[in-house]
Design a binder for this molecule. Structure first.
Ligand code: UDX
Length: 468
């Protein structure tokens, strides 16, 4: 099929690449010439494992990139995958969506039926709004010449290709027969065994071809829009809940790792998203919880559980600072090493992460901060140009004259740290592992005082491992 994907950001570039890999003639459109040039040079415009392999293979064959909206005129499906940042009141700012709708409207043709698919995470009712804008700018009749469907993305950064090719679910919000038919045709190769087989050589990960197919779920447009928010808010609640249990364990005893494992054995609860942390962050959870809260309040039906999860999450960021204060008495003049600035491993995304919150609080209390992240330092520095912190190119250097080293992001390479060497650099050998990710035994062997989250030290297993 002929597809246009508007937006070469995270969602658009991954979606466009996946559609092209499935044999669709896909053009990615973005107003940022830098992103388009990168794609045309065969480079991924974003850091995401696997994209560097797929983009050069596909560009110029089934994947095209341009700053012109003209390919919209021939497209059968046009994806809108532009940003929806949080506005001042917490609700999603739709200015990019509206500008995109206007550009699409100017090019819609009455020669053929066009499906406009909303990939961006948008508030309930946005498909309706876009329908009105398209009708106004194109002069065409909605549902006769075009339809707007909701098709939310569920990509996790760091695993986006895996999620786009082997999704748990594909959700389509539409009641328009032709809209539904064109979306089924588009996604046919994603959900057929043949599609899986053709794509498998592109991946670095393995997939069980006998695994059940993705759930292809059709519903009305508003429900599809809500499914995205409802899912992300639910996951945020789940993490906030285990983090609160971690805090409880620290005062009454118990091991949050075992509690998560025990709870997860109930198939109604499941093991996922019960891993303790310094709180959730990233480009989706804060924005999406804020939007759904603001919408629910606007309609007088506040999601109280989500509100509590958001408050609990900030409390969790602060809890890390409090733990440091408990150990070091005062932070004034203390040197703190931070391992991890990105909101999770395998991404360079350092926007609004727990690291920036925690670092701000440390600096406010007079601490000196030195940081490391395998991928996130560039973005973090660009977003916080005036922050008086030191960037270390080697994780070991975060220990230099430090009174504490705090692991915030569980990058695999932090498991390989030479703790003896790090200990030799530290002023006070103390490691706070907010993800219970490191091996306490190895760290203790290096004569470093190890502290995890939600687990009393006397509950460590003989090999010192507290997480799976
Ligand atoms: C999320 C959703 O998972 C994805 O479906 C949606 O499309 C976009 O938002 P993402 O933001 O990439 O994806 O990251 P995710 O892996 O969900 O993690 C979000 C945050 O929760 C991170 O800060 C992560 O470290 C934290 N987290 C996750 C925990 O603290 N504990 C967990 O058990 C899981």
């Amino acid at each position: 099929m002929k597809v246009v994907c508007i937006g070469a950001g995270y969602v658009g570039s991954v979606t466009g690449t996946a559609l092209a890999a499935n044999g669709h003639q896909t053009t990615v459109v973005d107003i940022d010439p830098d992103k388009i040039d990168r794609l045309n040079r065969g480079e991924s415009p974003i850091y995401e494992p696997g994209m560097d392999t797929l983009v050069p293979e596909l560009i110029g064959k089934s994947l095209f990139a341009t700053s012109s909206y003209d390919p919209v005129a021939d497209a059968e499906v046009v994806f809108i995958a532009v940003g929806t940042p949080s506005g001042a009141d917490g609700s999603a700012d739709l200015r990019y969506i509206k500008a995109t709708a206007e550009q699409i409207g100017k090019r819609l043709s009455s020669d053929h039926f066009t499906v406009i698919a909303m990939k961006s995470t948008v508030p309930v009712g946005t498909a309706e709004l876009v329908t009105t804008l398209l009708a106004e700018t194109s002069g065409l009749t909605a549902e006769t010449h075009f339809t707007v469907v909701s098709n939310p993305e569920f990509l996790r950064e760091g695993y986006a290709l895996e999620d786009v090719f082997f999704p748990d679910r594909i959700v389509i919000g539409s009641v328009h027969p032709q809209g539904l038919q064109q979306m089924r045709q588009l996604y046919q190769s994603f959900i057929s065994r043949e599609g899986y087989e053709r794509l498998t050589p592109h991946f670095t990960f393995t997939y069980d071809l006998n695994a059940p197919r993705a759930n292809y779920f059709e519903t009305d447009t508003k429900s599809a829009e809500l499914i995205k928010y409802a899912s992300n808010a639910f996951l945020a609640v789940k993490i906030s809940y285990i983090n609160e249990l971690a805090r409880l364990c620290e005062v009454i005893g118990g091991n949050v790792q075992d509690i998560a494992a025990g709870m997860g054995l109930d198939s109604r609860i499941g093991h996922k998203f019960l891993q303790v942390s310094s709180g959730w962050s990233g480009s989706c959870f804060p924005k999406d919880t804020s939007e759904i809260l603001s919408t629910s309040e606007k309609y007088g039906s506040e999601l109280m559980v989500v509100k509590a999860a958001v408050e609990s999450n900030e409390r969790m960021h602060m809890y890390v600072v409090e733990k440091l204060i408990r150990r070091l008495k005062s932070l004034n003049g203390k040197r703190i090493g931070i391992l991890g600035l990105s909101f999770k491993p395998n991404t360079d995304d350092a926007r609004k992460t727990q690291a920036s919150f925690i670092i701000d609080k440390l600096l406010e209390r007079g601490a000196l901060v030195q940081v490391h992240d395998p991928q996130g330092m560039g973005m973090f520095r660009a977003l916080n140009p005036d922050l008086p912190i030191e960037y270390c190119h080697d994780p070991i250097q975060t220990g230099r004259l430090a009174d504490a080293v705090v692991l915030l992001t569980h990058w695999q390479e932090y498991r390989e740290i030479d703790w003896q060497k790090l200990a030799s650099l530290m002023r006070q050998p103390y490691v706070l592992d907010t993800r219970n990710f490191l091996n306490p035994n190895e760290i203790q062997k290096a004569k470093i005082h190890y502290e995890g989250m939600g687990v009393s030290e006397h509950l460590l297993s003989p090999d010192g491992v507290i997480g799976q």
